[in-house]
Design a protein. Structure first.
Length: 559
């Protein structure tokens, strides 16, 4: 018996309440489908989603099921960056997942469609799909059109600095602000929003060819309609996420993640989604699975092309075609076909032909955007897992965004206990060539793990610091981060990790080739590993690391 029919039998008040909400008598016995989106006026990634939900709703009803549209809108990391709003970012993922769970369980839905675009909404929705294990499809909210000269909102960090330096007028800066975000959709680079869209498709829980689809086209409405129709059939087939989101599916997704140079935030989200299904994914799995995967794209901000061009080039399906010898193509997906069968279907129905012709409008071809496995953008994938005496449990760097001259970097530490102080020091010229900015007490337990986008952009946009200064943190990074930026140092400072005991002028060594991050000197003097360990043991014995008690919704961080 369907969940919806069970609750009708359990509660005589259900029928009149449903009728009061607009259902007809015939609708009561149909499968009840929850359409859960993050639609709202919060930012361009969610502003258009109500119309996407409406398209899915109409398709569900046409397929003889009863849709119900719910909304829990998300926050914008871009708006929240650089102030206390960013402390709420990771928590918002948990709240979104929790509210979808509440909506689905409280009303006894039989199937689920989630619709989201951005950084925490997509992983929050995928967590909910895994947790609820109802027949379900995720619809990607698509990508924003590129601005003139391929500018994006991220460009405005640089223009802001140029105005402060007196190198650009405020009128010129206004031009960039007015043109950087010309449509709805995820930001035009391979940040967390675009990365998680791509991974939802690679996992097989979103329709093939849907990730980072142009949000300003009618194609996304076709995807929504197809998803609405398909989820009704999935209810009949009893095809649930647990049958799709297997360990092998997560391994496929991690390999795709490496090939697209995805946001390092995937190392937070993928394990959390997998955990909902009892699957353990560790940093070691990322290290193992990305080994031997080449970087096949050059997407902003680490590269040169916007995400819509990536979709025009064939998107995730073309990446999977290039990686087919390294992927499990036999895995089931929401279409009812396997991964391999989906790729064959797309080829047969003209998906790749259409992609090539779109790029032809720009005088380009797919291979300009997505390289072949045999002739990649880089023979190494996009991220490296680092370990060392200040990251015994691991740290992450997006090395495809690092100039190869910086693959080994050594310099004195400049230590800050929050991003705001670090950012002020960078902009005021207090950080010197060759130094390593250390931002600590911004991990999950301390501050909700805010991203350090403003600090990293400040370094990269100052000529005297770009490619001559590094940053390490127990916080996280935006997918737009560039340069030698090492994040997610574990254990974090608030848990007594070694980063809590670094002092100004201690010498930090980052070595991407040897996959290490270490303190190699004390107070400006190079030391042996034993001498470093002895000094840090003294500091631990005489200093107390900071602890934090949170209020409001941030109390989730104390769990």
């Amino acid at each position: 018996m369907l969940n919806s029919q069970k609750i009708r039998k359990a509660g005589p008040e259900v029928d009149p309440l449903w009728i009061g909400s607009g259902r007809t008598e015939k609708d009561l016995s149909k499968p009840q489908i929850l359409i859960e989106s993050t639609a709202g006026d919060s930012h361009p990634g969610s502003r258009h989603l109500l119309s996407v939900a409406e398209a899915a709703k109409n398709a569900v009803y046409s397929a003889q099921a009863m849709p119900a549209v719910y909304t829990v809108t998300d926050m914008c990391d871009g708006v929240a960056t650089g102030h206390q709003g960013m402390n709420y970012s990771l928590v918002s993922r948990e709240v979104i997942a929790g509210m979808v769970e509440i909506h689905a369980r409280a009303s006894g839905f039989d199937g689920l469609v989630t619709i989201s675009t951005c950084d925490k909404a997509t992983p929050g929705h995928l967590m909910a799909l895994a947790r609820l294990d109802l027949p379900a499809i995720h619809i990607c909210g698509g990508s924003m059109a590129p601005g003139p000269a391929l500018i994006s909102a991220d460009t405005c960090y640089e223009t802001n600095l140029r105005v402060a330096e007196g190198k650009m007028s405020s009128e010129e800066e206004l031009y960039y602000k007015k043109n950087a975000c010309p449509s709805c959709g995820a930001c035009q680079y391979m940040g967390t929003a675009s990365t998680m869209q791509c991974l939802s498709e690679a996992l097989g829980i979103a329709l093939p060819g849907s990730a980072v689809i142009p949000a300003n086209s009618n194609l996304i409405m076709q995807i929504a309609s197809d998803a609405g129709e398909r989820v009704v059939q999935m209810v009949k087939e009893d095809l649930r996420p647990s049958k799709i989101l297997t360990r092998q599916a997560f391994e496929n997704a991690i390999k795709v993640f490496a090939a697209i140079g995805g946001s390092t935030n995937a190392v937070l989200h993928i394990p959390t989604i997998a955990k909902e299904l009892g699957i353990d994914i560790s940093l070691g799995d990322f290290e193992r699975l990305t080994k031997g995967i080449p970087l096949l794209t050059s997407i902003l901000t680490a590269g040169k092309w916007p995400t819509q061009f990536f979709w025009y080039a064939g998107g995730v399906p073309r990446i999977m075609m290039e990686l087919k010898d390294m992927l499990d193509l036999s895995l089931p997906t929401v279409t009812g076909r396997t991964v391999g069968e989906n790729l064959e279907y797309l080829e047969k129905t003209g998906f790749f032909r259409r992609s090539a012709q779109y790029l032809g409008n720009y005088g380009m071809k797919p291979s300009d955007i997505i390289k072949s496995f045999g002739d990649p953008e880089d023979t190494d994938s996009g991220i490296t897992i680092l370990k060392g005496n200040i990251a015994t449990e691991g740290a992450v760097i997006k090395h495809c965004a690092v100039d190869k001259s910086m693959y080994h970097f050594e310099g004195p530490a400049r230590v800050f206990d929050n991003e705001e102080d670090a950012e002020e020091a960078i902009y005021n010229g207090d950080i010197r060539h060759g130094e390593v900015v250390v931002v600590r007490y911004v991990g999950k337990k301390a501050a909700g793990m805010p991203e350090m986008l403003k600090a990293t952009d400040a370094i990269c946009n100052k000529e005297e610091l770009n490619n001559s200064c590094a940053l390490i943190t127990d916080g996280r990074f935006s997918g737009a981060t560039r340069g030698p930026s090492v994040g997610y140092l574990l254990p974090e400072a608030a848990e007594g990790g070694s980063i809590a005991y670094i002092d100004d002028n201690d010498i930090v060594e980052i070595d991407i080739n040897s996959k290490s991050v270490n303190i190699v000197g004390i107070n400006g003097n190079k030391c042996t590993q034993k001498e470093v360990e002895e000094e840090f043991a003294k500091r631990r014995g005489t200093r107390q690391h900071k602890t934090f008690t949170h209020k409001g919704v941030l109390r989730f961080l104390d769990i």
